[in-house]
Design a protein around this ligand. Structure first.
Ligand SMILES: [Zn+2]
Ligand SMILES: [Zn+2]
Length: 337
């Protein structure tokens, strides 16, 4: 079969690889929709320390069931499915405490092990989620990114009526803001790119702030009646945004860090203490796939507007190079096969 292979950093191509075979508890899937993620781009650039080479990339994978395990009653050949790409060990402390998303021995498809950008893939049955037949492959490729956003918002314990500041309006930031709307919270997006703020506005997100052009702290103070935001989701990984999240949060507020910074970030921890902030990491997602599929299938979250480009399987290598060179030009790219 053909696969998208990174032989080394900056070396991406379509290669002929072994078809492989299905293990007992695995589902064989014909891959149909693939999201190109920022982490695939980081793997291409060679700046994701978790990636080893050569590697088939891709973890945002939707497809059609070709073969299900014996005795399977729910999944039938032809069913549409989405894979949950985080394979956990089930034995370590986080696994034993139902936090499998941050398993010590986690192997993520397309990162630690081969991913799903190939004609077929095989995935453990318990990490394969069925989707309704009438949801498009483009929409289904967005299920995994939406789970990341759901998890980030849930880690910040956002409640109805609360203000949620989202720093960074890439796909995860915008999805987090849309999810906040879906649960009745009030999202405020902070991003230095005006086009991204305009996109957020077109999706019904009531507040957008460009922190380069205006004082985000002052604007958030006005928007929250002086309180500041009960919750912040940091989805940019930028040093400045991580530092500012402490200023954006209300006293006794919560901060969820989902963006990956490039290095160490220094923080005024005295403010964390003074405000008694809860600062939470948010990694991958856990048990959020069904909710994500339901939100997308029910058109309660508009994922299609984030997909600014669709490419064919054959165009993935060129698309990856282009996104790596001009990241701000592409919101979300999806490949279809
Ligand atoms: Zn991703
Ligand atoms: Zn584990």
């Amino acid at each position: 079969m053909k696969a998208i292979v990174l032989r080394a950093p900056k070396d991406i191509s379509i290669m002929e690889v072994s078809d492989g075979s299905r293990k007992e508890n695995e589902v064989m899937i014909k891959v149909r929709g693939m999201g190109i993620c920022g982490s695939d781009i980081a793997a291409f650039k060679g700046i994701n320390p978790l990636v080893s080479y050569p590697r088939i990339i891709g973890h945002e994978i939707a497809g059609e069931v070709l073969e299900a395990p014996e005795g399977e009653t729910e999944l039938m050949p032809g069913d549409r499915v989405v894979i949950e790409p985080y394979v956990y060990c089930g034995k370590c402390y986080p696994c034993l405490t139902q936090r499998m998303n941050c398993c010590e021995n986690l192997t993520v498809r397309g990162v630690h092990v081969d991913g799903g950008m190939s004609e077929f893939c095989y995935h453990p049955r318990h990490l394969v989620h069925k989707a309704p037949a009438d949801v498009s492959w483009t929409h289904l490729a967005m299920v995994e990114p939406l789970t990341i956003a759901i998890h980030a918002v849930q880690r910040a314990h956002v409640a109805e009526g609360e203000h949620l500041v989202v720093t960074g309006s890439g796909p995860i930031g915008i999805l987090a803001a849309q999810y906040a709307l879906a649960i009745g919270a009030v999202p405020i997006v902070v991003d230095p790119l005006d086009e991204r703020l305009a996109l957020a506005r077109s999706l019904g997100i009531p507040y957008g702030i460009n922190p380069v052009k205006e004082s985000a702290v002052e604007r958030i103070r006005e928007m929250t009646g002086g309180r500041m935001a009960e919750a912040v989701v940091e989805a940019s990984g930028s040093d400045a945004a991580i530092r500012s999240s402490i200023d954006y949060a209300a006293y006794s507020g919560r901060i969820s860090l989902v963006g990956w910074p490039k290095g160490e970030v220094s923080l005024v921890t005295a403010m964390i203490t003074k405000k008694e902030l809860d600062v939470m990491g948010s990694r991958n997602s856990f048990r959020d796939f069904q909710e994500s599929i339901d939100l997308i299938a029910g058109n309660r979250i508009d994922v299609a507007s984030l997909v600014t480009r669709t490419v064919s399987f054959g165009e993935i290598p060129a698309a990856v190079k282009e996104i790596a060179a001009y990241p701000e030009r592409f919101m979300k790219s999806v490949a279809l096969m």
